[in-house]
Design a protein around this ligand. Structure first.
Ligand SMILES: [Zn+2]
Length: 407
């Protein structure tokens, strides 16, 4: 039995739909301002994006970033968050914040985490005392953080698990935990609770879960449990199946996705929001994300390269001095990157800008109803030959009416 529908603290303003694929462009109006969709959300772990200040994140066009409940719950902790008045004030971040439930962090970081009907049991990383994260506790923490979008605690297991019985149990438990989250949520008028669809790679389980979640009528919907090493074909089938059953006027968030190819294909399959630590993490290894693929600027080939990280990029690093930027060259990154932070910091700025800009370009293409041409152009730049296009992308896009291989 579904509880009474909750109030919503968002409005989803649909601006355009692709006439061929399932792509949508929208503006998501949240308590801390409007957010353009589709949107990539950088992950600001421990309330500061590694390598970027809130001002730089803002300047890159970010209007919604992700904070980890698990980290904020440990430091500064719930009492301090309540005293300060939440994570927006803690970080002096005037825009929107999305928090995860904390469950996934625990299961992935703490080897001894154990899931029962009550919640996630784990040993405190501080002193080893047994602790329990329940749906109620996760929501209480997120209420103290004050994030604009909060996520339900879900029972998440790796999609590649062959145990269908456990997969079904996790899916059904996630629905029961959503009901507990809805009941525990103190501020539905200013914080939007998103449900998380589970069910592994089994499309029937995903369908069943989607129907149960949609019946709960949360302000937004996430598709969870993916990006766990499953084949991309399987990933696309799950996203396509779920979006096909979701209401049009609600945001759809696919968790843990960040490779540019995955983003543009997922948008074509009807998804709107994404997050991933990869763009910022990979910057720390000297990797720049560009339309031509990922470039490792630590490669000696860039030692005397006086060009910007990416030709034509409008990020503050790549723009020339005359154009108000820093005029950073590949050679400069090459020479400082070995010495750690400076190079990583510059590449982080570029990568975050790349991701946000890619979403902006996709959005414009959808609004102008030329998303299929955008997709063809995107893959043509990324691969010098059509024979190198990834089969999963070709298949998934063919399923929504775009043939990348035709002329
Ligand atoms: Zn750049």
């Amino acid at each position: 039995m579904a509880p009474v529908p909750m109030p919503s603290a968002l409005t989803f303003e649909l601006l355009g739909k692709c006439s061929v694929t399932k792509a949508r462009a929208a503006t998501l109006h949240l308590p801390h301002g409007p957010v353009p969709l589709p949107m990539f959300m950088p992950v600001a772990t421990q309330a500061s994006l590694k390598g970027l200040t809130p001002e730089q994140l803002e300047e890159a066009g970010c209007r919604l970033c992700l904070n980890n409940t698990y980290h904020l719950g440990l430091k500064p902790g719930q009492a301090a968050l309540d005293a300060i008045g939440g994570a927006h004030r803690l970080q002096s971040w005037p825009h929107n914040i999305l928090t995860d439930s904390g469950g996934f962090q625990m299961v992935s970081l703490l080897k001894l985490a154990q899931i029962t009907e009550e919640g996630v049991r784990f040993l405190s990383p501080h002193d080893g005392t047994p602790m329990l994260l329940t749906p109620e506790h996760s929501i209480s923490l997120q209420n103290s953080i004050g994030s604009d979008i909060i996520m339900q605690l879900d029972d998440v297991i790796v999609t590649t698990s062959p145990d269908l019985v456990r997969m079904k149990e996790a899916m059904e438990r996630s629905v029961r935990w959503l009901d507990r989250c809805i009941k525990a949520h103190k501020y539905p008028e200013r914080q939007n609770l998103f449900c998380i669809i589970q069910g592994g790679l089994d499309l029937d389980l995903r369908r069943e879960c989607t129907k149960a979640m949609v019946a709960r009528d949360t302000p937004g919907v996430a598709i969870g449990g993916l990006s766990g090493g499953e084949a991309k074909d399987e990933y696309c089938k799950v996203v396509d199946t779920c979006t096909g059953l979701l209401p049009e006027k609600k945001p759809r968030y696919v968790m843990g996705v960040g490779y540019p190819e995955d983003l543009v294909v997922s948008i074509a399959l009807g998804a709107d929001m994404f997050d991933c630590v990869w763009p910022t993490r990979t910057a720390r290894f000297g990797n720049a994300i560009t339309d031509q693929g990922v470039l490792n600027i630590r490669n000696a080939a860039y030692a005397e390269d006086s060009g910007p990280i990416e030709e034509g990029c409008r990020c503050v690093c790549c723009r020339s001095r005359e154009d108000g930027g820093l005029g950073i060259t590949r050679a400069y990154i090459y020479h400082v990157t070995a010495k750690e932070t400076a190079g990583a910091h510059l590449l982080t700025m570029h990568n975050v800008h790349y991701q946000l800009n890619l979403m902006q370009r996709a959005r414009e293409a959808i609004i102008e109803d030329r998303y299929p041409a955008f997709l063809r152009d995107f893959f043509a730049k990324l691969y010098d030959d059509k024979s190198k296009y990834p089969g999963w992308a070709v298949t998934a896009l063919r399923g929504v009416g775009v043939d990348l291989l035709s002329d």
